[in-house]
Ligand binder design. Structure first.
Ligand code: NCD
Length: 316
């Protein structure tokens, strides 16, 4: 099984069997990562460059670990210190790096569409580690693997995604993936944090947590992404927590065995109560981090198989 595409830019172009195959491969990497000796050979001899134009803790660390565990030479570019600050464009930076013959380029950028643009200019495989509010495909894939392992399946589940949907690439990629595998998605949050055109997304929308969580199998919480807000979207943090923060009482409206997820970084007492986040019977937040490394290993492994099978050419 391989990916049809050279790059992993989003969930949108993926076919359901590609998603399932990637998750199956990731399952085998979960086993590898739990061993004392964690090394594979899938990326041996390949060069991976991580370019993060936005802050990241878990995504950057897990892409780095994933590459190293599979034998790649991994370089983290410090984008704060790069020539971008001297006026070089994103494309010129990409072309410069491309001339050094990397095989895998992992890119996070604040602008939606920037990673796809860059992918058109280089000869290596590009992985989108989050572009603006557009897509974050490896996050949706690691969430899918976490759900599949916790629930034993990844279809006909009811998943609530709660909070700041409007600014969230995590929500967008998750909605696309969950729909492809025939799950029901509910979005819960204040109307000010719902994206325009939500009526066309094929989701149910709620502005009341208790009503929206009724009968849900999965409760996914999101951070208020203030860095993407250009005005007052919520009256106050206190008020927001009161209405939309996940606590034990609100969670009691979901299924008795519903799992709680959060992509991180988490703001305790804003979108989630700390005791819920730490409750090992309900919260799978640490599993999400573990699955993140395995899913990124699988994604880079599949793209590397493509690289080896096809000659290099500039796609644009
Ligand atoms: C998310 C992101 O960067 O989109 N975090 C992540 O990748 N784990 C969500 C967020 O920043 O709130």
């Amino acid at each position: 099984m391989t990916f049809r595409a050279r790059h992993l830019l989003g969930i949108e172009p993926l076919a359901p069997p590609e998603i399932t195959a990637l998750l199956d491969l990731a399952d085998s990497y979960v086993d590898l990562n739990r061993r004392a000796h964690k090394h594979g050979e899938a990326l041996a001899g390949l060069t991976q460059i991580n370019m993060f134009f936005e802050n990241s803790t878990r995504t950057q660390a897990s892409f780095e670990l994933a590459g190293k565990r599979l034998g790649a030479d991994v370089m983290n570019m410090s984008m704060q210190a790069s020539s971008i600050n001297k006026g070089e464009t994103l494309i010129d930076t990409a072309l410069t790096l491309n001339a050094m013959h990397p095989d895998l380029l992992v890119v996070r950028h604040p602008h939606s569409g920037a990673v796809a643009l860059l992918a058109q200019k280089v000869t290596c495989a590009v992985l989108n580690a989050g572009d603006g509010r557009h897509e974050h495909p490896t996050q949706a894939l690691l969430d899918a693997l976490t759900i599949r392992r916790a629930k034993g399946r990844l279809h006909r589940l009811t998943v609530a995604i709660c909070g700041d949907i409007a600014h969230s690439r995590v929500a967008r990629s998750n909605i696309l993936l969950l729909h492809k595998l025939e799950n029901r998605v509910r979005l819960i949050g204040p109307p000010t944090l719902m994206p325009a055109g939500i009526a066309d997304w094929g989701v149910e929308v709620f502005d009341d947590m208790r009503e929206g969580l009724k009968g849900c199998d999965v409760v996914m919480m999101l951070r208020l992404q203030r860095e993407r807000m250009d005005g007052g979207f919520v009256p106050s943090v206190r008020e927001y927590y009161h209405r939309f923060g996940l606590d034990a009482e609100k969670l009691s409206h979901a299924h008795g065995d519903a799992i709680v997820m959060h992509p991180g970084p988490m703001n305790r007492g804003v979108e989630i109560d700390g005791t819920i986040a730490d409750d090992i019977n309900r919260s799978v937040i640490q599993e999400q981090v573990e699955m993140g490394v395995a899913v990124r290993m699988a994604a880079m492994d599949l793209l590397a198989r493509n690289l080896r099978a096809r000659p290099r050419e500039v796609m644009a």
